[in-house]
Design a protein. Structure first.
Length: 345
């Protein structure tokens, strides 16, 4: 019966091609070459809504840092808040006191719209600033600075990853690359994340645009052989600890769980009189990380039919039904990508 149901669903997808995805905002404001990559980056969830537009404009240092933090949370299968909470718990001082989110640039970040993200990026080692407590948040980022941040992000989760050697000296402006940036430029070049502005020129002090930022983070995700895309996220907690931490949240009455050898899914039901609009739908990865995908279901009263949760034969897709008086909306969840698709209206 389950097999027939799954085959019917797959056939329906092929015929209807009805996909629940996030519409990329203001996509007409981007270059033609960038449209597809921007659309995918937004759908994966690491482009802040405030940055969805003016794609050809130069991106600022704080905007790039905010994107870097969102991207890293995506790689860890976590929200930014969960990532920082777990990161700080894991990293303690000599007395075992959990790390706090950095406040290195407090004076320089007054009035910034992205101060929290910059502090997170500082805590995570993605940014270092320009010395003396200066981050210079509103300045445009240079190509070599972008390469360093991309490199710092990648090697914060891609532990044990080794790159082959590539000689950049053939670049006509190689000597213009700052010494502190050369290794990062080389790494991003070898991984095909960043290329030069021509075959022989990198333009290290050239400025970076929003669309270039989003495209290169997407390439970092696709080209890196260690990370979330290959289900290899860093483990902050054991999966059992993650399950227990979620189950202990007092504003939920109960949790519905299904699991296989790779994942646990948890659907939270709000307790009477509990926190307003408290609802969650977690994928917990048994090799580390978790993702709350409830917002991908759209602005609906998410009452799922608990008797109709089915994994497919591969174990990487989950089917579920939103309960209604007559019929119900069907969903397919790609557990590896943490993406929800509507397959039946």
């Amino acid at each position: 019966m389950v097999k027939k149901f799954v085959l019917f669903i797959i056939a329906f997808i092929l015929m209807s091609n009805v996909i629940f995805s996030v519409e990329a905002k203001n996509i007409e404001q981007s270059s033609e070459w960038a449209k597809e990559e921007i659309d995918e980056a937004i759908n994966l969830g690491f482009v802040l809504e405030e940055l969805q537009g003016d794609y050809k404009e130069n991106i600022t240092r704080e905007e790039f840092a905010a994107t870097a933090v969102k991207f890293l949370a995506y790689e860890y299968n976590l929200t930014v808040e969960d990532m920082m909470n777990l990161w700080c718990k894991k990293h303690t001082d000599e007395n075992g006191i959990p790390m706090e989110i950095s406040h290195s640039f407090d004076e320089d970040l007054k009035g910034s719209n992205f101060a929290y993200y910059v502090r997170c990026a500082d805590t995570l080692g993605i940014v270092k600033g320009r010395g003396n407590g200066i981050f210079d948040p509103l300045s445009s980022i240079t190509r070599e600075e972008a390469a360093v941040m991309l490199n710092n992000v990648f090697f914060s989760y891609a532990t044990g990853f080794k790159l082959g050697y590539y000689d950049l000296s053939k670049m006509t402006d190689y000597e213009k690359i700052s010494e502190w940036a050369k290794s990062s430029v080389r790494n991003m070049y070898v991984m095909n994340v960043m290329k030069g502005v021509s075959e022989t020129e990198f333009s290290p002090q050239g400025l970076y645009t929003r669309e270039q930022c989003f495209a290169t983070f997407l390439r970092l995700n696709e080209n890196g052989n260690i990370g979330r895309i290959n289900n290899d996220a860093l483990e902050f907690m054991s999966y059992q600890e993650m399950v227990e931490e979620i189950e202990n949240r007092s504003y939920y009455e109960s949790w519905y769980k299904e699991e296989n050898e790779n994942y646990i899914i948890m659907y939270g039901q709000q307790a009477p009189g509990g926190r307003m609009n408290a609802k969650s739908f977690y994928i917990i990865y048994k090799n580390g990380g978790r993702k709350n995908i409830v917002n991908q279901f759209g602005l609906v009263d998410l009452k799922l039919s608990l008797s109709n949760f089915e994994f497919d034969e591969s174990g990487h897709f989950l089917y579920c039904v939103r309960h209604e008086a007559e019929g119900g909306q069907r969903y397919m969840i790609d557990l590896q990508k943490a993406m929800v698709e509507i397959i039946d209206n």
